[in-house]
Design a protein around this ligand. Structure first.
Ligand code: C2E
Ligand code: MG
Ligand code: MG
Ligand code: MG
Length: 292
């Protein structure tokens, strides 16, 4: 391990770090190549449900199908893409894929009501062409803009806040909805939250995980729900894995949920099977409730 406070040059002589850097740059050129290939980058879809457990949409999560490594998770390549600037091309791809998927869903009555949330990285959001890009993708795909949800993070909004607010207003005018991702992990202040044209805040998974055993996490989650309500926002919880966690959040008034309890992120075809299954089940239970 490199000594803290050592001279900068030291790291270049550390063989372990050198190997790490080489691996990073190999991964970076693989990612550059992946951007040229239509099949390499795909979205997986994780269900989002309302208070009754009804499916309302999905979050699209990026997956990289690497020729050698197999599926690479975003935590492994998003930071790299951000550092190298590839995130701009990647972000463009994600917007296009999301709009294409929404267009496909809109053609089938079983899926036409579903919304799709995608993640926007800070660098992508700050890029001057971002609004135009979203506008272009909406126009090309002819989808209902209200079904496209952009997930922004607090850190993204804190830098150059006036500019960020202006951009959010422009997005709002396009009709897309805005959700504040990983809420509670950043430096949120109540003063700024009320200035933002958001439609939703998303309780971070780190507060949900121990919600039944950690009193602090439970308090934070409750507070976020109350805060969201008082600002007229919908509140969604992420990382819900157990029925007890959802029962707690539900009792506190949480509007929506996402997590392994309701479904893992899955490829488009599998998600469609999931949707059809659920829609059959809900018509079955509607039928049963008529009997009772
Ligand atoms: P995120 O937006 O907070 O996404 C939620 C992450 O939590 C996803 O990980 C999801 O698979 C995971 N998750 C969902 N439910 C559960 C659960 O019940 N238990 C557990 N243990 N985990 C759960 P994933 O797909 O690895 O994504 C990680 C992060 O990568 C995302 O966090 C997001 O910040 C980023 N990311 C993913 N796709 C994109 C993208 O297209 N663009 C950008 N800029 N970032 C993306
Ligand atoms: Mg997200
Ligand atoms: Mg999140
Ligand atoms: Mg998260």
């Amino acid at each position: 391990q490199a000594k803290a406070g050592g001279r900068n040059t030291r790291r270049f002589f550390d063989p372990k770090m050198q190997a790490g850097l080489a691996a990073q740059s190999a991964l970076e050129s693989d990612l550059r190549a992946a951007l040229e290939n239509k099949e390499s980058l795909v979205l997986h879809y994780q269900p989002q449900v309302d208070r009754r457990g009804g499916l309302i949409g999905a979050e699209g999560l990026l997956r990289w199908r690497h020729p050698v490594k197999g599926i690479v998770q975003p935590d492994e390549f998003i930071p790299l893409a951000e550092a190298s600037g590839l995130i701009l091309a990647l972000g463009t791809r994600v917007i296009a894929m999301a709009c294409d998927q929404l267009a496909a869903w809109s053609r089938d009555p079983v899926t036409s009501h579903l919304a799709l949330a995608i993640n926007v990285s800070a660098r992508q959001f700050r890029h001057p062409g971002f609004i135009g890009e979203v506008e272009g993708a909406l126009a090309r795909s002819k989808i209902d803009p209200r079904l496209l949800k952009l997930e922004l993070t607090e850190s993204l909004l804190l830098q150059e806040m006036d500019d960020a607010v202006q951009k959010m207003r422009a997005l709002e005018n396009l009709g897309v909805s805005l959700s504040l991702d990983d809420f509670g992990t950043g430096y949120s202040s109540l003063a700024y939250l009320k200035r933002l044209p958001l439609s939703q805040i998303k309780i971070d998974r780190s507060f949900v995980r121990d919600i039944l055993v950690d009193a602090n996490d439970a308090t934070i989650a409750k507070t976020i729900i109350v805060l969201g309500k008082s600002l007229g926002l919908s509140v969604i919880a992420e990382g819900v894995e157990e029925p007890g966690q959802w029962r707690f959040l539900h009792d506190e008034g949480c509007d929506q949920a996402q997590g392994f309890l309701f479904g893992r992120p899955m490829p488009a075809e599998e998600f469609l099977v999931h949707v059809r299954q659920r829609s059959r089940m809900s018509s079955l239970s509607d039928g049963l409730s008529l009997v009772h």
